[in-house]
Design a protein around this ligand. Structure first.
Ligand SMILES: [Cu+2]
Length: 463
């Protein structure tokens, strides 16, 4: 919920607010608005300023502004927040205006922008406007271009948004800790001409990662690579809203990566092209069709496609451990071994111990007691059972009947007759198999017939 008196009363109330503030002097702060729920918020059309087609921030929102003598003013508050990562798990993070990530800032090419940043954290911070052309002194690098913003203080950043495109913001102060705690946000500079690069749906999300021990609430901030929660906008599947679009819509998805590793973002059922990078729009002649695009650390990518295939299409990072929730590491592989009873015994010694399933990994059938405040590694219920995913996973829902501007969840796809995989119960010829050395098939054991030796996988390499 966005809380600010009169916010929904529209332009009239906003004009009164500006007049009152003008009397008090142009340097007054715009009221800081807060959003503290985790639903995708469809922004109202801009009440003032130049027109643009707003983006929709997955499980997030865009920051309202006020116009002050032709300057677009925003107020970011850096503060401690509680973020629900998915129903059943909350994390104590740091963010902006009640949420991690912070609100998306949307401006138009050529806008003069003034951002007030108030620091309510226990240590100094700053904001770097990642990817922007701006005066050097507005670049937000603590020590290099400004002193840190001390706790309780407010700094002002002001520059003209020169280049349209996709940007991010994050602290350049105690960076490893502050980013591991969730301090980051998106920035979109729309083109002057709203008809340029126009799409029907424009989604944005940040890739971020946390290391929260099962049973605890606060990320470990010294983790360098071995994060255990991989998130879209600080949410994990099944807590990530789906992308709900109308069949035939031109769809853009903007992704920014502020984790410490790359993410091959993969979409089912459609091909897309990369229309935007860190440096702006790509020339059309440079684009080629893909179904996966790697987003490296610090990069932004805008992908576009026509959603012409109805259905529920998986959309996820293709690193398989990034579509899992908090997991214990150094776990032996036990495929082919019946470990029922073993985990139970180990659990009495190591409370958060989990084993990979003996039938190929499914955790669905395991009744593992979970510690307080954590999530199953693989979860989410679909129309056919457990989806067995977590982390960076959501669903693109393409529907003929989804109305323009309607971002609500249409429910599960109803497959037309004859278009669904089904069980075969008829006769089968003997299938051909590889005859190469070591290529013979092995029967799957349901019961261990030898004494089990548990070996650690050699050379566990993190990520
Ligand atoms: Cu990933």
């Amino acid at each position: 919920m966005i809380s600010r008196r009169n916010f929904f009363k529209g332009a009239g109330a906003a004009a009164v607010g500006v007049a009152a503030i003008s009397k008090a002097g142009a340097a007054g702060l715009p009221e800081a608005m807060i959003m503290n729920n985790a639903n995708t918020h469809v922004p109202p059309l801009p009440a003032n300023g130049r027109p643009f087609n707003p983006v929709v921030t997955l499980n997030g929102w865009s920051l309202p502004w006020r116009m002050n003598n032709g300057v677009k003013e925003f107020h970011l508050v850096a503060e401690a927040v509680v973020r629900e990562l998915a129903p059943g798990m909350k994390a104590n993070l740091w963010g902006y205006n009640g949420q991690s990530p912070g609100p998306t800032i949307e401006v138009v090419e050529g806008d003069r922008v003034r951002v007030f940043v108030t620091n309510k954290l226990p240590e100094h911070t700053s904001v770097h406007w990642h990817g922007q052309r701006l005066p050097n002194g507005m670049d937000g690098v603590t020590g290099l271009t400004q002193p840190g913003i001390a706790p309780g203080k407010t700094f002002v950043y002001e520059f003209v948004a020169q280049r349209p495109g996709t940007f991010m913001y994050h602290p350049h102060a105690d960076e490893m800790l502050q980013m591991a705690m969730g301090m980051m946000g998106f920035w979109v500079t729309h083109p002057k001409d709203p008809a340029l690069h126009a799409v029907d749906r424009d989604f944005v999300f940040l890739l971020n990662a946390y290391d929260v021990e099962p049973g605890s609430y606060t990320p470990k901030t010294n983790t360098m690579l071995d994060f255990n929660l991989w998130t879209f906008n600080s949410r994990v599947f099944p807590g990530i809203d789906s992308f709900n679009v109308r069949q035939g819509d031109r769809v853009r998805v903007r992704v920014g990566n502020l984790t410490m590793t790359n993410h091959p973002i993969h979409m089912h059922g459609h091909e897309f092209v990369v229309t935007g990078t860190d440096g702006g729009w790509t020339p059309p002649a440079s684009r080629w069709p893909e179904v996966t695009t790697d987003v490296a650390v610090g990069q932004m990518r805008a992908i576009e496609f026509v959603a012409d295939a109805p259905g529920d299409w998986a959309f996820h990072c293709h690193k398989s451990h990034h579509t899992m929730n908090a997991m214990g590491h150094n776990v032996p592989t036990m495929i082919g071994v019946d470990h029922r009873g073993v985990a139970e015994k180990i659990n009495k010694i190591v409370p958060d111990y989990m084993v990979m399933g003996d039938k190929g990994g499914s955790m669905g059938g395991m009744d593992m007691p979970l510690p307080e405040n954590t999530l199953p590694m693989m979860s989410g219920e679909g129309p056919f059972g457990g989806v067995e995913m977590g982390g960076m996973f959501t669903v693109l829902k393409v529907r003929k009947e989804q109305k323009r501007g309607d971002y609500s969840d249409p429910g599960w796809y109803k497959h037309p007759p004859g278009t669904l995989a089904y069980e075969w119960t008829g006769a089968l010829p003997e299938p051909k198999r590889s005859a190469s050395a070591g290529g013979q098939s092995m029967p799957v054991r349901n019961k261990p017939d030898v004494e089990v030796t548990v070996r650690k996988p050699s050379g566990h390499s993190g990520h």
